[in-house]
Ligand binder design. Structure first.
Ligand SMILES: NC(=O)c1ccc[n+]([C@@H]2O[C@H](COP(=O)([O-])OP(=O)(O)OC[C@H]3O[C@@H](n4cnc5c(N)ncnc54)[C@H](OP(=O)(O)O)[C@@H]3O)[C@@H](O)[C@H]2O)c1
Length: 329
């Protein structure tokens, strides 16, 4: 039997402590805007913290919210959610957040990266918690708007006030997390599993598998559009099936030919060597090697990232995707 953790739902939120707090959201990007709008619609008092001359200022105002420069926001807020890119967070923290922190404030992160790898060291007189939505900001907002939510992982790094848990749960409740379920984790667990999941499955494994299969078909003389339908388009349809009720349900909905071929070839592609490489990738995350590599890349001005992004943008599969999207819409 699997070990079932406690899953906190709306009914478990006995104290909605956030109602009495001033919440400052630093950053108005993917998570910042989604969480801010959900909190606003949950009747929480919020303001946004932006850098000087921020390009997001107009959008904040358009959304009916107030903004302050980050140091002023830190002075104003009881709860401070830091929702800016992880690789620049420690610099912003040192220069604009830390000097203005006061006793009994609460710092909230949506990813364990900076606390787990010790890029940010927080003082003992503030609470430090994690409310990490298991999905992109766009979905955090969209699900909330239809009365649903995205699951949250929760963790406490420091509980100075003895109220960190209740404030954290209340935050999750007000962004829609406990609508579906919030699970207690740790900064370490969230950080390492999140990095592993995005590298091996979500952003590394699945896109690479699609691209490689597409290129194999095209190089063997098949039409790019036909290769695209089978390797790219149908992924969404099959994922929807197993996402709804599991792999067994998916198997019932596909042909026996597809199921048999899937088992046989799945074992050939995903063999023991691939499993060993996965373990090495996890070790790189656990040892901090990936963290060092990413920090170095950020300091070097993202040169390698830009190169890989450009190659992706100019690939045949990307051009085929853009062509078909235009034709189909
Ligand atoms: N992407 C997701 O949906 C997702 C999912 C789960 C967890 N998370 C976590 O959520 C956190 C935020 O990620 P995100 O993807 O939402 O970030 P993001 O969209 O890249 O953040 C953009 C915001 O950060 C601000 N920013 C960038 N550099 C800054 C600087 N030097 N000083 C001050 N502000 C700066 C930008 O300011 P301007 O407007 O002025 O440009 C903008 O408002 C991260 O910890 C991430 O791991 C993200």
């Amino acid at each position: 039997m699997i070990e079932i953790p406690t899953i906190f739902k709306d009914v478990d939120v006995k104290k909605n402590l956030l109602i009495k707090k001033k919440v400052g959201i630093i950053g108005y990007g993917n998570q910042g805007r989604a969480q801010a709008l959900n909190l606003r619609d949950s009747k929480i008092t919020i303001k946004i913290g932006l850098r000087k001359n921020s390009k997001s200022a107009d959008l904040v105002v358009k959304d009916g919210l107030d903004f302050l420069e980050i140091p002023n926001l830190v002075k104003w807020a009881d709860v401070i959610a830091i929702l800016i890119p992880d690789e620049i967070m420690s610099n912003v923290y040192e220069d604009h957040i830390k000097p203005h922190l006061n006793k009994n404030q609460l710092l909230l992160f949506s990813h364990g990266f900076n606390i787990h790898y010790k890029h940010i060291l927080t003082p003992e007189y503030v609470d430090v918690v994690l409310v990490a939505p298991s999905g992109p900001g766009k979905m955090v907002r969209e699900k909330y708007e239809i009365g649903k939510g995205i699951p949250n992982l929760l963790a406490i790094h420091n509980d100075y006030s003895s109220q960190a848990f209740d404030i954290m749960l209340s935050y999750s409740y007000n962004i829609g997390g406990t609508k579906i379920g919030a699970i207690k984790s740790s900064f370490k667990e969230e950080c390492e599993t999140d990095l592993f999941g995005e590298q091996v499955v979500l952003c590394g494994g699945i896109p690479k598998l699609i691209k490689m299969a597409f290129n194999t078909l095209v190089k063997s003389g098949y039409q790019p559009v036909v290769a695209w339908f089978v390797c790219f388009y149908e992924v969404k349809l099959i994922v929807d099936l197993f996402f709804e009720k599991g792999f067994d349900y998916m198997n019932e909905s596909i042909s026996d030919t597809a199921e048999f071929g899937g088992y046989k070839v799945g074992d050939i592609i995903f063999d023991k060597e691939l499993n060993d490489r996965m373990k090495n990738i996890l070790q790189d995350i656990q040892s901090g090697n990936f963290n060092k590599e990413w920090s170095k890349e950020s300091k070097m001005g993202y040169k390698e990232l830009m190169k890989m992004r450009l190659a992706d943008r100019n690939s045949l599969i990307e051009k085929t995707t853009q062509f078909i999207i235009k034709k189909l819409n």
